[in-house]
Each structure stands twice: as structure tokens, then as C-alpha cells.
Design a protein around this ligand. Structure first.
Ligand SMILES: [Fe+2]
Ligand SMILES: [Fe+2]
Length: 492
């Protein structure tokens, strides 16, 4: 029943808190119970908590006028991880490698940084994300802001967040704008909206009423989101992909011994290791030169080509069956502004033909399974803008990106963004797997059918991280089965 229950909630694009799983399993019909709960929710929650199920049941009983009976007590202890992420499964089929780079900026950058570029960039962002929102049932009949702000009835509108602030009474105020006008929107302190993670420059839908002072009092916020949970678009067979990131070759803190262990395991006889056909490396593949002040004191290899040559040797030592997809990050020798094109020819020529080069971000296909790979620099801005976000919990930031359908919504923060003709940081297509790096944390989860991977690092804690109290989780190898989407992490 546990497996059926988890499969049921997974199909509905949500997760169960471990305590909620145990509670439901103690009920006569766990699936009917959770189905009833999900039906009672206006929107499918990220995570179903035990307290929500209990509260909904209380409301149901009150509404039905039936006296409540003492039921089984919800347990308080919790198993560690959703069970659907545990199985390691069957051997890989012997397919030919199939890697396709579907989308990145390489060779398509047109931006010169002019004022026209900025205007065009934001228009494109607004058009695409606004289009997604217009298709949402909750925003049917939405109006331009100039019209909506004069209305006396409930209004629905779509805009870009020009500013977010919190008043001294705990209300939050957004300045929402579109081509026609700009309006302040109040998220009342006594509503759950006040706790919503809203960031500057995201495109959002608002439902609310306009008060006498021209202020919109919001009753709900609508994100472009993944409106319908999707099924994992599995490949034939059970080839696996493993994810690396932030290798930082050239740094004194690169973990050579742990890399060697991983490399030996990949080359050994373990069935899981032999089923791994692809490695996706999500940026910061080397430590770089001059990325931050006095970096030279922390380098073991102080020549940029020397760093890439060392990495090329490490990759050449991996088994021949592997295809390695390399993306740049903010430490790599490409332009820092995102979207980043892939590595220049002078670096590519150092590697053998098993390496496929991609830009950052990149949408790629492995045997038909679509992977959105992004280095994750925007985590710096999301962590500092959203209360409760942290470097230790990148999966929360990844879910926020999917809800906003944007990898780096905040313009003008720590993430440099090139105003290209099109906004390549929009998540136009919903991937099967979404992977990021940059924060040097390892983790896995799923959101509405998308497998989420935070791809660890192969660098120990740096003096900078120590100063900022950032504890990395290095030398973890997340692995995903391309046939089923099942995922797990192996530590070295
Ligand atoms: Fe890094
Ligand atoms: Fe990074």
C-alpha cells in the first residue's frame, strides 16, 4: 500500500511529508483519504503535511455536522526520504549514446547592452510568461492594469514585479506593472499571501479588489508554474545519468582522492556503475583564474589552460562508454553574463571526443529524456531575497524557479544577465530532470513530476565558505535512471 500511495501522490505532482505517509497508512483507505484532501485544495500543494490533512478533516467534520471520533494518533517519527527515490533497479540496456543539445545561447548571442536591448529583453520575458499566465483558469478575463485599477469589482491582472517591500505592520506591497500602467498591490499581513516568496522582476498574476485609494488588495497570486503534473518521459531501457558539478579543478581544495574513488567505481564491475552512460557536469568545472580577490593563494594550478588540461586527463581516464556533457559556470573561462555560451575552441580542443560542450543554461536530451541544466548562480540572489531560503536547501530555490518558470528572475543582483533578444532564462519547456550546482550542496526531490537534482561538488570547504559558515556536501554523485526517473545519491 505504501508504494501505491506514493505512486498516487506522485501522479498528482505532490509529495507526502513522512509523518503524513504514516498517518495515511493507518487509515482504512489511505488513497481515498489523500484524494479527498487533494480535492479540497484549490491548488495542489508542493508538500502535503500531516497537519493539513488533519485540519482539512476537522473542517469536513464540522461542515458535515458529524461529531468527531477519536481516530488513530498521527505518529511523530519520520522516515528520511520519499520511497519513490530509493530503488536502484535493473541493468542498463545496450543503446548507442544519444545526446542532443536542444537549446542554449552558443553562437546566437546578439546583445550589445544598449537600452533597446534591455527593453526588448523585458518585453520578451513579459510576453512569454504573461502568455503562460493568461492560459491559467484563475486568470481568465484578466485586464490591463490601466483598466483593472479603475474597476470596482474583483480584478485579475498580469504584471511584472517592479518592487517588493514590507510595511512596518507586516503587510507586503508589490508594485506591479505592464505596458499600460503600474499599480500597488497589497498582500495583507493577516493572509497567507504575506508569506509568499515574491521577487523583483518576476511575472505574476494577481486576483483582488481595488480599494478607494487605488490600492489592489490581493486575494490570490498566480504563478506560471507547472499547472498540470507531468509523467516522467522515460527512455527505453535503464541507462543512467550521473550528475557532477563544481569540480573546481586547479583549486588546492579540489578533492582528488574522492574523485579517484568515484572514477575507480565508474570503471569497476558494479552493475549500477556500468549502467551509467552519461555524466552531466553543471559548471565551475575548473576553479579559474582571478574569479575573486587573492584567488591565486588558493590555487594548485595557476594557469587556466593547465586547469582544463588536468580536467581533460581526469575525464579521459573515465570508461569509454561515458558521454560527458560540460557546461560552464561562473568560475569558467567564458563570459560571466548569463546565458553563457559554451567553452571556446581553444579549451574544447583539449578534450577527447567523448565530451559534448553546452552553454549555461542548456536544455538537452539524453535518449529522449529532457534535462534542463543550469549552473545556479541565481541562487545567490534568491537566497538573499526570499526569507527562509538558504544555501543548504537549493531544492526549495529550484521549486521556486519552476513555479516562476524562470531560472534567474532578479535582474541587477549578483547574477549578471545579458539582455539577449530573447530571454533564454525562461523555463519554456517543462523538463523531465532539472539540475543545478553552484551552491556545493547535494540533494534530490521532485516537483510536479520533474526530478530535481542539486549536484554536489568535488571541492572541500574553502576559506571563503568557512568565513560565511557555508558547509558544503562534497563528493556525492546523484544518479537518475533514464527509464523510470528513479533517483538516488552515492557518496564517495
Ligand atoms: Fe562552485
Ligand atoms: Fe558557481
Amino acid at each position: 500500500m505504501r508504494e501505491e500511495l506514493l505512486a498516487f501522490v506522485s501522479r498528482h505532482g505532490t509529495l507526502l511529508e513522512p509523518a503524513a505517509i504514516e498517518f495515511l497508512l493507518s487509515q482504512r483507505d489511505p488513497i481515498a483519504k489523500v484524494e479527498g484532501f487533494l480535492d479540497s485544495c484549490a491548488e495542489t500543494p508542493f508538500l502535503v503535511r500531516l497537519e493539513d490533512i488533519v485540519a482539512a478533516a476537522e473542517i469536513g467534520r464540522t461542515a458535515g455536522g458529524r461529531p468527531s471520533r477519536p481516530g488513530p494518533q498521527p505518529p511523530t517519527s519520520a522516515p528520511a526520504m520519499p520511497a519513490s527515490f530509493r530503488r536502484q533497479g535493473d541493468r542498463a540496456a545496450d543503446n548507442d549514446p544519444d545526446v542532443r543539445i536542444l537549446r542554449d545561447i552558443t553562437g546566437r548571442s546578439t546583445c550589445e547592452g544598449t537600452l533597446e536591448d534591455f527593453t526588448r529583453y523585458f518585453r520578451h520575458r513579459f510576453a512569454v510568461l504573461g502568455g503562460m499566465l493568461r492560459r491559467r483558469r484563475e486568470l481568465a478575463g484578466s485586464q490591463d492594469i490601466s483598466k483593472a485599477r479603475r474597476s470596482t469589482r474583483e480584478v485579475r491582472m498580469i504584471g511584472m514585479v517592479a518592487d517588493v517591500r514590507t510595511t512596518k505592520n507586516g503587510h507586503r506591497i508589490l508594485e506591479l506593472e505592464d505596458d499600460s500602467d503600474r499599480v500597488p498591490v497589497l498582500l495583507p499581513a493577516d493572509s497567507s499571501l504575506a508569506a509568499e516568496a515574491v521577487v523583483q522582476d518576476e511575472v505574476i498574476g494577481v486576483v483582488g479588489t481595488v480599494n478607494g485609494k487605488g490600492l489592489v488588495i490581493a486575494t490570490s497570486l498566480v504563478r506560471p508554474d507547472i499547472p498540470n503534473p507531468k509523467a516522467f518521459g522515460g527512455a527505453n531501457g535503464h541507462a543512467r545519468v550521473a550528475f557532477l558539478s563544481d569540480v573546481h579543478v586547479g583549486s588546492r581544495t579540489f578533492l582528488e582522492d574522492r574523485w579517484s574513488k568515484m572514477s575507480a567505481w565508474l570503471g569497476g564491475s558494479d552493475d549500477t556503475a556500468r549502467s551509467i552512460r552519461y555524466l552531466v557536469v553543471s559548471g565551475d568545472v575548473v576553479d579559474g583564474i582571478g574569479v575573486y580577490p587573492r584567488q591565486d593563494e588558493e590555487l594548485a594550478i595557476d594557469d587556466i589552460y593547465g586547469q582544463y588540461e588536468a580536467l581533460a586527463r581526469m575525464i579521459a581516464a573515465l570508461p569509454d562508454r561515458l558521454r560527458v556533457i560540460l557546461l560552464p559556470g561562473n568560475h569558467d573561462a567564458v563570459r560571466p553574463a548569463e546565458p553563457q555560451p559554451t567553452f571556446p575552441a581553444s579549451i574544447q580542443k583539449l578534450f577527447d571526443s567523448h565530451v559534448v560542450f553546452a552553454g549555461n543554461p542548456c536544455l538537452l536530451s539524453l535518449e529522449g529524456v529532457r534535462i534542463l541544466a543550469y549552473h545556479g548562480r541565481s541562487m545567490d540572489d534568491l537566497v538573499s531575497s526570499i526569507p527562509g531560503m538558504s544555501y543548504q536547501r537549493p531544492l526549495d530555490a529550484m521549486k521556486a524557479m519552476l513555479r516562476m518558470r524562470h531560472l534567474a528572475p532578479i535582474y541587477g543582483g549578483k547574477t549578471p544577465i545579458a539582455p539577449e533578444a530573447e530571454d533564454h532564462l525562461i523555463i519554456e519547456e517543462v523538463p523531465d530532470i532539472f539540475v543545478t550546482g553552484h551552491v556545493h550542496a547535494a540533494g534530490m526531490d521532485q516537483y510536479r513530476g520533474v526530478v530535481l537534482v542539486s549536484a554536489s561538488t568535488w571541492q572541500a570547504q574553502t576559506p571563503y565558505q568557512k568565513m560565511r559558515n557555508i558547509e558544503p556536501s562534497p563528493a556525492r554523485l546523484p544518479i537518475v535512471d533514464l527509464g523510470t526517473g528513479q533517483a538516488w545519491i552515492r557518496e564517495f
